[in-house]
Design a protein around this ligand. Structure first.
Ligand SMILES: Cc1ncc(COP(=O)(O)O)c(C=O)c1O
Length: 424
């Protein structure tokens, strides 16, 4: 058989294989270890702790470890790990230009599903590598000039703070960094500092939806509303809310929304989301241009052609999105609220030494609980929790615990008991 004929045959086989993968990707959700999708959607089942014990089984977390660091990195469920592996194996079997073009089709499907997941138009969504990159793309892509002002929250992540300060030094615009009350009595307490900082020169308000340093959530929709009413753009950094809150970007009313898939979405590792409202598409210059780029009309094609990527990662996004949909986005959100509310109550009752950084009110917080043990060294406490009790917590703004749907109430009880010991 000639080499060309053999090659053509192999190519057809590969194509068939990827088509099969595409066709079976959603069916894969009904893996034997998982309760049927209809059970997962049952509104009463989610009240039952055994439902969540079953969800935990969809992950490969070591049995003797308790992962409470969702704010930092989340594990992928088995179904996503398998999909990434299948696609990686397929790619390793054929890295030809022709075969790799199939990943363009898979990526388009991911963009379409992501758009649906966050309530955006398909043309408004792009896939980057992480939130940091998405934030920096906006900061480097906007035309800002001397005299312009932008407002940032003083709790923003460096990728939504330092990049603005650096660009301000370069282009001569002004950055106002504002604080808000640590334990607000009302939404208005959180809005007032923004309202006071706005001037006729304000062009953009860029803020974390939920702070990784305090666990405080800002009223994003209300901030976007007041900005929209004044013709000001908004950048909502949703690294700590995408996948944990039921986000609808059109309802939120933001101009830009950024997030990572390796945090609360639970995979695949190393993807970012960039949403740009269609009315503002033309305001962003591409900060990165890779091979194959040409002027385009969608965010993914105009701003997210980043050179060679680990293609199986964005291609596996439909699996995790279907996983969330199967459980129900609202159920994911309310489970996280239940876990953090229980965690706060248990800490308050059983660890009198604990002082809270995160507000107790669920209205002003999300999946993150941060507290201190006065007199105790932060690093030592989190190291002891990990090495002695096998609990992953982060020394970030205090002792930071961020449980997710792969945690159970038993995990919380176990963690609080460990903290009681450490606090002694
Ligand atoms: C609010 C916020 N923005 C951005 C990031 C950066 O995320 P990534 O490292 O995925 O870019 C983080 C990480 O913790 C974060 O908490």
């Amino acid at each position: 058989m000639s080499f060309t004929k053999l090659h053509r045959m192999q190519l057809n086989q590969r194509r068939k294989f990827v088509k099969q993968l595409l066709a079976t990707s959603l069916a894969g959700l009904a893996l034997p270890s998982m309760a049927g999708v209809s059970d997962l959607k049952s509104p009463t089942a989610v009240e039952d702790e055994s439902y969540w014990e079953n969800i935990k089984k969809q992950f490969t977390i070591s049995e003797n470890r308790v992962m409470m660091n969702a704010a930092n990195l989340c594990p992928c469920p088995t179904i996503v790990q398998k999909r990434v592996q299948e696609l990686t194996d397929a790619l390793n079997q054929d890295v030809s230009f022709q075969y790799r073009s199939l990943f363009t089709t898979l990526r388009k499907k991911s963009v379409a599903m992501l758009a649906q997941f966050v309530g955006a138009d398909e043309s408004e969504i792009g896939i980057t590598r992480n939130t940091s990159e998405s934030n920096c793309m906006i900061a480097h892509g906007l035309d800002l000039k001397p005299g312009d002002e932008i407002i940032i929250w003083d709790q923003n992540h460096p990728s939504n703070r330092e990049v603005w300060l650096s660009q301000a030094r370069r282009l001569g615009f002004n950055v106002k960094s504002i604080g808000v009350p640590a334990d607000p009595a009302s939404v208005n307490d959180l809005l007032q500092p923004f309202i006071k900082a706005i001037t006729p020169n304000t062009k953009l308000i860029a803020f974390s939806h939920l702070s990784n340093l305090s666990g405080l959530a800002l009223p994003a929709k209300a901030i976007c509303q007041l900005a929209n009413a004044r013709g000001i753009m908004t950048l909502v950094d949703g690294a700590q809310t995408f996948g944990s809150m039921n986000i609808d970007v059109h309802d939120l009313g933001c101009t830009f929304f950024t997030a990572s898939t390796h945090k609360w979405l639970m995979g695949p590792f190393e993807n970012g989301i960039l949403y740009v409202h269609k009315d503002h598409f033309k305001k962003i210059w591409p900060a990165v241009i890779g091979g194959g780029w040409k002027e385009a009309t969608t965010v993914d094609q105009q701003l997210c052609v980043l050179g060679q990527r680990n293609d199986p990662s964005p291609a596996a996004l439909p699996e995790i999105l279907a996983f969330h949909e199967a459980i129900g986005k609202k159920n994911v959100e309310s489970r996280i609220v239940k876990l953090t509310t229980y965690l706060k109550q248990q800490l308050k009752t059983n660890v009198p030494l604990a002082t809270f950084v995160t507000p107790m009110a669920a209205q002003h917080s999300g999946g993150i609980v941060i507290f201190n043990l006065p007199g105790k060294d932060l690093q030592q406490v989190t190291d002891t929790l990990y090495h002695t009790h096998h609990i992953a917590a982060a020394p970030s703004g205090g002792i930071r615990l961020s449980p997710h749907i792969y945690n159970t109430l038993k995990d919380i009880d176990y963690t609080v008991k460990a903290i009681q010991e450490v606090a002694r």
